[in-house]
Each structure stands twice: as structure tokens, then as C-alpha cells.
Design a protein around this ligand. Structure first.
Ligand SMILES: C=C(O[C@@H]1C=C(C(=O)O)C=C[C@H]1O)C(=O)O
Length: 360
């Protein structure tokens, strides 16, 4: 006899009661961990431990829940447990409703203190000054490439990268009405305008595109003028009471942005190896033939795989560049340590931006 709806729901209620007991038992253990950390003066947030917890559970997961579900559920559980030890203050490009906020929530879970900032520069400043313990900054978009401002700020910043997270970025056209009639200006962050370039050319070719400090700021402004539309997340639309005049208008359906999580080294030292790690570096080499080739040699020699290679002008007026390199592995692994040592010896400038667990 198949069970009735009522019987199944009784079953779910019983499981929930068991989960409640287990979750509180877990929280009490985290609380005890917090007491030890307070006595030691060590950091509450341990990204490599959290990565290990999630990787371990995904490996042991019998289903039917999917690996992604496991990651999301445990991210929230760990966020709540962490907040019992001490809630993390996290800075990001605000206001409420930005993709940077969504990235911060995806990485830390929702039990955090929000520190919304007016610009990426301000996120770096607030985190370096200790107003926030952690900052979340965009570094790369799958349609538009690098976020130049973030990369340039890394160069002179005392902050280092302790984590990363990547977010599916779905843009919507938001305004007071749910039609495309009578729009005189579309307001958005320059990145969002660029990511929706094709759609805007097709649907609103004559309409002015106005760059503003963030997409959520565009949404805030669009809520004050019926002739303006914004490009932003559904969350930003809900925040400012706007209609969605057009859904998912980004040119690439799989448009993603990668964010780096940064902090002062005294807040959190480089995370220990989690098993799936990445090292980010900025280097420059003397301007001579074959110099760029030379920096790749130690990586090949020691079998270290490079997942990213970007260049930014050094602003010397001499056609010199800084190279932003991501390597797979952790410096505690001998082949990675050997490659880094050989690489450093070749470089005029060498800065380790961070060593951290690979993100979602
Ligand atoms: C409980 C701890 O503190 C935090 C919370 C974690 C958790 O809930 O599992 C894991 C790592 C830390 O970010 C710990 O360090 O083990």
C-alpha cells in the first residue's frame, strides 16, 4: 500500500525533529571550537576546513540530493555555526541587491554582517582598515573578461585572497512598467551594459545607455523615474519595487562572474591545503626577448598547471606589464613550492596574492 500524503508528511516532520536535534548538537560543537579559538586568538573562519567538510560530504553523498544541494545546505549550516562563534563582517560593492552581495552570501552563507560599499576601491579600503574583516570583489566575467579595477587594486593592496566563488549572472531589464515603451535611458554598471550589448542593440537601439556605480544603484534610480530602466538582478528589482520588463537579457546565457574573497593576513593567514587549491600571483619580468616564455618554463618543468594568465599595463609608459597568474595546487606540495621558487628567481616583481581552496 503506498503511503498517503498525510503519512509522508508525518514522516518528514519526524525527520525534521531529528535534524533539529542533530543540527543543534553540531552548533554546540562549533561553539566549543569557538571557545578554543578565542583562547588561542585564532580566526573563526577556516575556509579550507569548510571546503573539506563540503568535499567530504559530496563524496559520501548517496543521493537523491545532488552535490550542489549538499554544498548549498552545508554552506548555510556552517554559516550559522560560524556566526555562533562570531559573525563575519563582509564588505562588497553595494547597495543591497548587487551581484557582489549575492556572491558574498553564496560564499559565507547568510549569517553575516553586511558592509555594503559604494565602489570596489571602497571594498578594499574598508577591508584594509578593519571596518570589515573580509571583502568580496569581482575579478573576472566570462563575457567581458577581467575586472581591471580589482586587478589593479590588488597590486598595491595589503589584502590577500583567501577564497573564491563564481556566480551565474542573469541580468533583467527593470522599470516601473513592465513594457519596453517610452524608455529614455538604461542605467547600469558599465560591466552589465557590456554584457547586454547585443540585446540592447536589438531591442533598444536608440536608447541612451548611462553608466552608474552599480546595477542596484541603477535600480534605485529607475524607481524614481518612469522613463528610466535598469539592468539588474531580480533581487534588486524586488528591493526597489520594480517590474521585470525583460528577463535574462545578458548576451551569454551562461554568463558568470568570479569573485575573490580578500582579507588582511592578520585576520586570516593563507589557508592550509584543502586538497583542491589554487595560488594567485602577480609577476613582472625584465623586458627582453623570451622573458614571458621563461616564466612558463618552471611550471612545465615541475608539472604545475596554470589556469589563468592575464596581463595589465604597468603604467610606466614603457609597454611593460604585470602578469596575473593562477596555478593549481598548494605551496605545501613540493612540486608547487619548487616551481614558485624557480619562478620567483626569474621575476623583477613577484607577489603572492593568495593561496586558497578552489571555489564553486
Ligand atoms: C567549527 C569551526 O569553525 C568554523 C565553522 C565550521 C563548521 O561549521 O564546520 C568550519 C570551519 C570554520 O569556518 C571549525 O573551525 O572547525
Amino acid at each position: 500500500m503506498p503511503k498517503t500524503l498525510a503519512e509522508l508528511r508525518t514522516g518528514i516532520d519526524q525527520v525534521d525533529r531529528e535534524l533539529l536535534v542533530l543540527l543543534n548538537r553540531r552548533a554546540a560543537l562549533a561553539n566549543e571550537v569557538g571557545e578554543i579559538k578565542r583562547a588561542e586568538g585564532s580566526p573563526v573562519f577556516r575556509p579550507e576546513r569548510e571546503a573539506q567538510v563540503i568535499n567530504g560530504l559530496q563524496a559520501a553523498n548517496p543521493g537523491p540530493l545532488k552535490p550542489d544541494n549538499i554544498a548549498h545546505v552545508w554552506r548555510e549550516i556552517m554559516s550559522a555555526c560560524r556566526a555562533l562563534e562570531a559573525p563575519q563582517r563582509v564588505a562588497y560593492l553595494g547597495p543591497a541587491g548587487t551581484f557582489s552581495e549575492a556572491a558574498a552570501l553564496q560564499f559565507f552563507g547568510s549569517s553575516i554582517e553586511h558592509v555594503p560599499c559604494v565602489s570596489i576601491d571602497e571594498v578594499f579600503r574598508a577591508t584594509a582598515a578593519g571596518t570589515a574583516e573580509y571583502g568580496v570583489v569581482p575579478v573576472e566575467n566570462s563575457t567581458e573578461g577581467v575586472i581591471a579595477r580589482s586587478l589593479d587594486l590588488f597590486l598595491g593592496s595589503p589584502l590577500h585572497i583567501v577564497g573564491e566563488t563564481s556566480l551565474l549572472v542573469r541580468h533583467n531589464l527593470l522599470r516601473q512598467q513592465n513594457t519596453l515603451e517610452g524608455i529614455e535611458a538604461v542605467l547600469a554598471h558599465p560591466q552589465a551594459l557590456a554584457q547586454c550589448h547585443g540585446w540592447l542593440n536589438n531591442h533598444l537601439p536608440e536608447v541612451e545607455r548611462r553608466a552608474v556605480s552599480s546595477n542596484a544603484e541603477g535600480a534605485r534610480l529607475a524607481a524614481s523615474n518612469p522613463k528610466w530602466a535598469a539592468i539588474a538582478s531580480e533581487r534588486a528589482g524586488a528591493e526597489f519595487g520594480l517590474h521585470i520588463a525583460a528577463h535574462a537579457i545578458q548576451d551569454d546565457a551562461f554568463n558568470r562572474t568570479r569573485f575573490a574573497v580578500v582579507c588582511l593576513p592578520q585576520t586570516l593567514a593563507a589557508p592550509e591545503a584543502s586538497g583542491k587549491d589554487c595560488v594567485s600571483l602577480i609577476v613582472s619580468v625584465p623586458n627582453r626577448p623570451g622573458a614571458v616564455h621563461d616564466i612558463l618554463v618552471p611550471l612545465k618543468l615541475h608539472g604545475v598547471s596554470m589556469t589563468r594568465f592575464e596581463s595589465r599595463p604597468a603604467r610606466s609608459g614603457q609597454w611593460e606589464y604585470y602578469f596575473y597568474i593562477d596555478l593549481q595546487g598548494h605551496p605545501s606540495q613540493p612540486h608547487v613550492a619548487a616551481a614558485l621558487k624557480d619562478l620567483q628567481a626569474l621575476c623583477a616583481f613577484y607577489k603572492v596574492l593568495g593561496t586558497y581552496p578552489l571555489g564553486e
